[in-house]
Design a protein around this ligand. Structure first.
Ligand SMILES: [Zn+2]
Length: 418
């Protein structure tokens, strides 16, 4: 029954006092389990007086085993639902057949299921193929899956989104997945209970979204290509896309809008980006703005150590210049792969290292430019060395230079075939 019908009915019986009181009574009956009252659907909400009937309908949709038999088509739909947690409209219609519902009632049922986070609708006009699916049921999504195999991909470090006030519940997370499905709608998506991998077809990369503890984690990855010129094009495209389209901001904004609508206790709470501390592994929130010389360099609020965050580089939160140097080329023995880790721990020895690598590097100029910021100075001197000596700037030279300045603690794996 709609709220309007309930109002009319209670007026006819002489029970109607005020709308607020009626709502209070309905909420009380809802808590007792006598009716189901949902104020999120319809114009003013909906009341279901026959709770068992409704539960039977819910069960009919999400209990797959009832649909193992039947026509070839039905079996096919069952298989897709069983393996992927994704349901087509045809599957839903089949499941609801015996309840004799009209289209309007079906729509209400589906909205109700969505408001309880049981099922999520993909509200988009998908092309009309037999694999078409329009809903996913988190309860049915495969769990305990292995992490995605990314050996053939360059993968960014994780960036997290979270709220100061606490945990992002699964219902919100699944709603976020549904919203991202609409954003990057295509068939290549892989959807699991705790993680999902979207293909951003126009930008040549994948976006992985997972739930980790109280946070939502983000990672992007793209294919390693063993042809330098093509590889370079892909990297440029991905880099531009991350910096200009900012998929992390898209996901964050979607999360904020879902939370604002659905979680009263989070209202007014700040949603922020977090990165993992290199030292203590805690997630720490990052400032909105950094001074230029400090960009990508942060202090952990838990262990008070300072560190250079790979995640800030990869996601280009503050600065486009220093990012993805490590991916510019796909060879494992490229010394640039190690610039970040060396610069993170070399400290004031960066001047010694630069001098050993190339005595013509003017460390005083670099130091003045970065005002004593060792990480950025180290990166710049290493980049300079690489550019000047290319193609003779090898991993071996870098390793020997670290040995010469007694920094054997900075380990670089041995080159193969050398
Ligand atoms: Zn820490």
């Amino acid at each position: 029954m709609t709220m309007q019908q309930i109002v009319t009915l209670s007026q006819e019986c002489g029970l109607y006092d005020s709308y607020d009181e009626l709502r209070a009574v309905l909420m009380y009956l809802h808590e007792l389990g006598e009716v189901i009252y949902c104020d999120k659907i319809g114009d003013n909400g909906m009341v279901i007086t026959n709770v068992d009937w409704l539960l039977n309908i819910f069960r009919a949709i999400i209990q797959l085993k009832d649909h193992r038999q039947g026509s070839l088509q039905a079996k096919q739909d069952y298989n897709i639902a069983y393996k992927t947690g994704k349901l087509s409209r045809r599957y839903v219609d089949n499941a609801l057949n015996r309840f004799n519902l009209d289209e309007n009632s079906k729509e209400i049922i589906l909205q109700l299921m969505e408001s309880y986070d049981i099922l999520f609708c993909i509200r988009n006009e998908l092309d009309d193929t037999t694999e078409e699916w329009q809903y996913f049921v988190p309860y049915l999504l495969p769990r305990n899956v292995k992490p995605f195999d990314l050996r053939k991909y360059h993968a960014s470090d994780w960036l997290y989104i979270g709220y100061e006030k606490g945990d992002i519940p699964y219902g919100i997370y699944h709603s976020l997945l549904s919203s991202c499905l609409i954003q990057w709608n295509n068939k290549v998506v892989e959807l699991y209970y705790q993680c999902a991998k979207y293909y951003l077809a126009n930008d040549d990369h994948y976006l992985i979204i997972k739930k980790e503890g109280p946070y939502i984690g983000l990672q992007y990855c793209y294919q390693k290509i063993n042809q330098l010129d093509i590889g370079k094009l892909v990297i440029d495209k991905v880099k531009n896309s991350i910096f200009n389209k900012r998929p992390h901001d898209i996901v964050k904004n979607k999360l904020i809008s879902i939370v604002d609508k659905r979680m009263i206790k989070f209202q007014g709470a700040r949603c922020r980006f977090y990165v993992k501390c290199n030292e203590c592994n805690e997630e720490i929130s990052i400032a909105e703005e950094y001074r230029e010389e400090d960009s990508n360099w942060i202090r952990c609020e838990y262990c008070t150590q300072q560190f250079a965050s790979q995640s800030l580089h990869d996601w280009m939160i503050y600065n486009k210049e220093l990012s993805i140097e490590r991916w510019i080329d796909v060879r494992d023995d490229d010394p640039r792969n190690y610039f970040h880790s060396i610069a993170s721990c070399v400290g004031i020895d960066w001047t010694k290292l630069a001098t050993v690598l190339d005595p013509t590097i003017d460390t005083e100029v670099i130091e003045a430019k970065h005002r004593g910021h060792t990480y950025n100075s180290a990166i710049q001197s290493l980049n300079q060395w690489y550019r000047r000596k290319y193609p003779n700037a090898t991993l071996n030279l870098l390793r020997n230079a670290l040995e010469t300045i007694d920094r054997n603690d900075i380990i670089i794996p041995k080159e193969q075939n050398s």
